[in-house]
Design a protein. Structure first.
Length: 150
């Protein structure tokens, strides 16, 4: 068992305000998908506000949603992202969010028990955008093993 856990940040720029009719279907699914994540094997933690999500967090810019979470390992996160009901919502991303030219998902290893904040997550995204995938900031396409992996 690794002494590390996998942190992830994903961001999205909304096409319309959260309260708008254009975002209604996304909002209607948010609680269900968050509950699915919370109950997924390998889920450890996610950044939350009092409402139970991070839809009011604007630390990375107006109109930008952020999601930060920690998972036991890459396999657990991959199963949730690509092989659960989350995938159906993700396929609809273009309905609600602007197409981004730069990386909008970053993964990195944290010591077990560490919970990253927005500043740490943003610094990892900035690193990925500047350097491409490295051991300190990587992607699903270019994964990196935990520092203590054999």
């Amino acid at each position: 068992m690794s002494g590390y856990e996998l942190a992830q940040l994903n961001i999205a720029v909304m096409k319309a305000p959260m309260e708008s009719p254009e975002m209604a279907d996304f909002v209607a699914n948010l609680e269900r998908i968050n509950a699915l994540a919370d109950g997924s094997p390998g889920f450890v933690w996610r950044l939350q506000e009092d409402a139970g999500d991070t839809t009011a967090t604007r630390l990375m810019g107006e109109g930008m949603l952020v999601n930060v979470s920690v998972w036991r390992d890459l396999d657990a996160l991959t199963r949730f992202v690509y092989r659960s009901a989350h995938a159906e919502i993700m396929r609809r991303r273009k309905e609600w969010f602007e197409r981004m030219q730069e990386a909008f998902v970053v993964l990195w290893w944290v010591p077990g028990g560490h919970r990253p904040d927005i500043a740490e997550a943003r610094s990892r995204l900035d690193l990925l955008r500047a350097m491409g995938p490295t051991a300190d900031a990587f992607t699903f396409r270019y994964p990196v093993a935990a520092p203590d992996a054999s």
